[in-house]
Design a protein around this ligand. Structure first.
Ligand code: COA
Length: 258
């Protein structure tokens, strides 16, 4: 897979996607949004890939936001379209991706950058990370799901404060808020992501995939997540992985999932 604004590295069932515009602090222009969609679409059907790590190129930024230079002249309709297309192609697509997605936040994660990290299934950060939704300082609001996912992750009051002040929080504060799960040094960030990835890869990816769906359904209007859980719990009983996992346990062996 070759892209203009991304690098994708696949090793041992783990695909690492680097948003790769370091001179622009990896800001998300339209081309990058389309490439992220294409990369995830291709990884979805790639049987050699079971998990995705999302990070930024360089030592300064994960992603410093949507590319401000592209949308500064947009009309009301164009603004609406930017948010709708972006949410569909990238942010909702990643949130509902059937394989685990870990964001490794390696510096600034601002605006669309924090929204990208929040669309991943969970986040870890390096100690130089700075996270925020500064859109109101530009006269706009978060448009890639930030007003919805930030309160889900940190609570309504903290999300209100972050969005109203347009300020940045550091990695430790983000950890205290529950926005990132772990904080480490920049050097240790990808090794930690890979360590967590390998722990996940010991388990049934089939079960993980339907667990992602059940967890996400808790946050969808008009969808009863408990019903999804019952359905997916039942479905699991019909899988090879279930036979493998339960038999291995009963035989005091390690499971060998497909
Ligand atoms: N959109 C477009 N370009 C961006 C960008 C963005 N969101 N964020 C950074 N860049 C560009 C800068 O314009 C600059 O380009 P140039 O060298 O051609 O002038 C380059 O990336 C480096 O950024 P710079 O501002 O010089 O780095 P800094 O270390 O002084 O500041 C930030 C870092 C992150 C504080 C600052 O870049 C910033 O505030 N960016 C915008 C953040 C934002 O509001 N994001 C939400 C967008 S909705």
């Amino acid at each position: 897979m070759t892209f203009e604004n991304l690098k994708v590295d696949i090793q041992d069932r783990i695909a690492t996607i680097y948003i790769d515009r370091p001179k622009k602090l990896n800001a998300l222009n339209r081309a990058t949004i389309e490439e992220i969609h294409k990369a995830f679409q291709s990884l979805r059907s790639d049987e050699d890939v079971a998990l995705v790590i999302l990070t930024g190129s360089g030592e300064k930024a994960f992603v410093a936001g949507a590319d401000i230079s592209e949308f500064s002249e947009y009309s009301v309709e164009q603004g609406k379209d930017l948010a709708a297309k972006g949410q569909e192609l990238v942010f909702d697509y990643i949130a509902n991706f059937p394989k685990p997605v870990i964001a490794a936040v390696n510096g600034f994660a601002l605006g669309g950058g924090l929204e990208l990290a929040m669309s991943a299934h969970f986040r870890i950060a390096s100690d130089n990370a700075r996270l925020g939704l500064p859109e109101t300082s530009l006269g706009v609001i978060p448009g890639y799901g930030g007003t919805q996912r930030l309160p889900q992750l940190v609570g309504k009051g903290r999300a209100m404060e972050m969005i109203m002040t347009a300020g940045m929080i550091d990695a430790e504060t983000a950890k205290n808020y529950g926005l990132v799960n772990h904080v480490t040094t920049l050097e240790e960030l990808l090794p930690l992501a890979e360590k967590l990835a390998n722990k996940i890869l010991n388990n049934s990816m089939q079960a993980i995939s339907v667990a992602i769906e059940a967890i996400n359904d808790n946050y969808k209007d008009g969808v009863n997540g408990f019903e999804t859980e019952i359905k997916n719990f039942g479905k699991s009983f019909g899988t090879e992985d279930f036979k493998e996992g339960t038999q291995a346990f009963l035989n005091k062996q390690k499971p060998n999932f497909k």
